[in-house]
Design a protein around this ligand. Structure first.
Ligand code: GLU
Length: 300
């Protein structure tokens, strides 16, 4: 088990929707190098909340690839699928504060009656005043407010959002019973004692929702760093949907060198000829977070 209160505890939290591709390797490497260059711990979490989207065998394949590339976790791997009770307890804690409500508006109803926020339609609050909050099947939303949520991202700088205006009351448990990413990630980061979150820039806009939840649930707020996500020539994030190729496991050091170059590091040519062990020694010693491009996405 990890020690109780490290100065730095980071994590990598892949969704097992396919094998590790170059985009997820970049995020894994960034979170690992940040943790190790701080003398910290690095944990893993498999984000398989939505078991219908999970590809059988993908979790094992991702973990094997990370190990093959020399990244070893400092504690037990957490699987979100097994953590329903913890999410349910958080939902209850929010319910006790009268901060959640059931909603069965359709996507079309929401789109027809709302203004656009930073991630699509802002939920207009139609179900906020529903009387019967328990006997129902549908989604659960969290009440937001217009207080400013501000945080300083270690790469992207100061960011602010007013959740009610920019996002709206958001879903924390879907109508099909699956807990939403926003709730699960906050519960798990708290329980794993994560002090520093390093992940792709596509999640920068989710951070204020997570900080809002952390405050409501009485959790401490980790530091955040969002590194550029890898996009293809069409500007799409590498993913299973965009047919991203799995990383080439026959040449781990070459792939790792590509990943750190993408992150703005400048390894001398001989680092590519190193074995894995000397690659990591070089990369940890020379890791320069100031050199990470301040973009939310970059083409590779
Ligand atoms: N599971 C998410 C993904 O694979 C990452 C979530 C996070 O790091 O907060 O994109």
């Amino acid at each position: 088990m990890p020690s109780l209160s490290p100065v730095y505890r980071g994590r990598f939290a892949p969704s097992p929707t396919g094998p590790l591709h170059f985009g997820s390797l970049v995020t894994a490497v960034a979170s690992y190098l940040e943790a190790k260059s701080h003398g910290g711990e690095w944990l893993l979490r498999i984000e398989n909340l939505d078991t219908a989207r999970e590809i059988p065998g993908a979790s094992e394949e991702i973990l094997n690839t990370l190990h093959l590339f020399g990244m070893e976790e400092d504690g037990p791997v957490v699987y979100q699928e097994r953590r329903q009770d913890a999410y349910q307890a958080a939902l209850r804690a929010l319910g006790k504060q009268n901060l959640i409500y059931p909603c069965n508006c359709s996507r079309k109803e929401i789109a027809d009656s709302s203004v656009l926020g930073i991630e699509g339609p802002v939920y207009p609050g139609t179900c906020r005043d529903r009387k019967y909050k328990t006997e129902f099947s549908g989604a659960w939303r969290l009440c937001t407010n217009n207080n400013q949520v501000e945080f300083e991202d270690a790469v992207q700088g100061i960011r602010q959002q007013r959740l009610q205006r920019d996002i709206g009351d958001f879903v924390i448990r879907r109508a099909d019973g699956v807990f939403a990413y926003q709730l699960a990630v906050v519960v798990d980061d708290a329980e794993q004692g994560i002090t520093h979150v390093v992940r792709g820039g596509d999640l920068l806009n989710s951070t204020p929702r997570q900080i809002h939840l952390q405050k409501l649930l009485g959790y401490s707020i980790p530091s955040y760093m969002h590194v550029p996500v890898v996009v293809n020539a069409q500007g799409e994030k590498l993913s299973k949907q965009t047919q991203a190729a799995p990383v080439d496991i026959s040449h781990p050091v070459l792939q790792l060198v590509k990943a750190i170059r993408f992150l703005g590091q400048t390894p001398p040519p001989e680092v590519s000829e190193n074995n894995l062990r000397s690659f990591w020694i070089w990369a940890i010693e020379n890791w320069n977070r100031e050199a990470i491009p301040k973009n939310m996405s970059l083409m590779f």
